[in-house]
Design a protein around this ligand. Structure first.
Ligand code: S3P
Length: 444
């Protein structure tokens, strides 16, 4: 079977209702936290994607019983309590493509008596791990080889864990979360001054009545987490992923005369920066049926096509809340009237691929006028943008979001596209291509 996709027709107008794949951040967090509870936790509508399956496999290697029904998307995890892992010597945990798994799980291994090797695929092995090593060293945890800052690495925990006070300056939810996990294991109280980022871990733990206190400041949160003795099991019905919905939101905005309702999406404000940005650009997006579920906001998202988009000078305060969505936002900027400016996006080049570089390459190939420097990009939009040439997208480090951005570009703007590495969608959004077909996309 070929691993590329050919597009040579724009999508026609549609008026549909869809569900997107379940939230990846929540699915991974549910599994990791359930592994620390005492007893059986159950998830329904779990995301069945490679990143989540890697998470379940790592937990199994750590001696956790996992029952998964892939077809029904139901999973049961039988936790043995905090640090209740029970594993053989010299095990290897393979996080494959998942940065969230590789980093968060380290927070749960801070008391490991034996060496545990953590490995990942080529893309993950390029990514920075000093953001994990440095704070965990302060807790007393060791990583080997010393001075190595990328996977593969060996983690060795300690019985003499000390609580720390740490300033998390990146705005990384992965770093914040692993510190919270480590803090649950350490005696006393760990204090994290965390630059704002998605707050699912905090919401999970608050819901479970774990001793966590959060004081919200303007751009930082002060998080105090005390040693945790017991976690109750947690059942969770996982909502849709806004990072997956994002591709369909933009497909609808950029297509003609279309309407779309995306049901049951997690719209936590620390995740939905894309909605704020697109609304500021003139997009017609309405959140319907808003409700709270275990502290998380869930909504149905209604979107209409828009043919009068405005440019944006995007405040960096939205960066963390839209960090996985910038590729697809750039496609909207390409059609907006005027020059859009996105800045201080150094984190974007540290994802599954160097995404700012990838976006620059693809937009240039599309003939979009832009100005790029190290961490920022100015995109000069053209409201009449249509494409009629041949475009090939390859060598993008197998990055699922680069693949999906390219497909959406072809479906909205036209031209003949060949996009390689279709299998990349299996990490986060295996239903992506089928859903575009449901809306009328035709591939050769
Ligand atoms: C994630 C946090 C973000 C995001 C990633 C998922 C999470 O990474 O890019 O896709 O679930 O915590 P950073 O925390 O490194 O910004």
């Amino acid at each position: 079977m070929t691993n590329s996709i050919l597009i040579n027709k724009k999508i026609k107008d549609y008026n549909k209702k869809i569900n997107v794949s379940s939230d990846k951040s929540i699915s991974i967090r549910w599994a990791l936290i359930a592994s620390q509870a005492i007893g059986k936790s159950k998830a329904s509508n779990l995301l069945i994607s490679e990143d989540v399956l890697s998470t379940l496999n790592c937990l199994k290697k750590l001696g956790i019983k996992v029952n998964l029904n892939k077809k029904k998307k139901i999973c049961e995890i039988f936790g043995n309590g905090i640090n209740g892992f029970n594993y053989k010597k010299n095990i290897i945990l393979n996080a494959n493509n998942s940065g969230t798994l590789a980093r968060l799980i380290c927070g749960l291994l801070v008391k490991s008596k034996n060496n545990i090797k953590i490995i990942g695929d080529k893309s993950l092995s390029r990514r920075d791990f000093s953001r994990v090593i440095d704070p965990l060293n302060k807790f007393g945890v060791n990583f080997y080889p010393k001075f190595k800052k990328k996977l593969p690495l060996i983690i060795k925990g300690t019985e003499f864990l000390r609580p720390i006070e740490f300033v998390e300056k990146i705005g990384s939810a992965q770093v914040k979360s692993l510190l919270i996990f480590a803090g649950m294991n350490a005696p006393g109280t760990t204090i994290i001054h965390a630059k704002k980022s998605r707050d699912h871990t905090e919401k999970f733990l608050k819901h479970l009545k774990i001793p966590i206190k959060i004081t919200k400041k303007n751009s930082y949160d002060i998080i105090k987490i005390s040693e945790t003795k017991k976690i109750d099991p947690i059942d969770y019905k996982i909502p849709g992923d806004i990072s997956s919905a994002a591709f369909f939101i933009v497909l609808t905005i950029l297509s003609k005369n279309s309407k779309l309702l995306i049901k049951n999406v997690l719209t936590n404000p620390t995740r939905s920066g894309i909605l704020t940005i697109l609304k500021k650009m003139g997009a017609k997006i309405i959140l319907k049926n808003k409700r709270l579920y275990k502290g998380e906001e869930i909504s149905d998202i209604f979107i209409k096509s828009c043919n009068s988009l405005k440019s944006i000078n995007c405040s960096e305060k939205y960066n963390a809340n839209a960090i996985d969505e910038f590729l697809i936002i750039f496609l909207v900027a390409a059609k907006a009237k005027g020059c859009s400016y996105f800045k201080n996006l150094s984190e974007l080049n540290k994802k599954e691929s160097p995404r700012l570089d990838m976006a620059t390459k693809i937009l240039k190939m599309m003939g979009v006028k832009l100005y790029r420097n190290k961490d920022s990009i100015k995109i000069y939009g053209n409201p009449n943008l249509t494409l009629d040439k041949t475009y090939e997208v390859k060598n993008f480090h197998n990055d699922h979001r680069v693949f999906m951005m390219s497909v959406i570009a072809g479906l909205c703007y036209g031209g003949k596209w060949k996009v390689h590495n279709k299998n990349s969608i299996k990490t986060s959004f295996p239903e992506f291509i089928n859903l575009t077909k449901k809306l009328g996309a035709i591939y050769n």
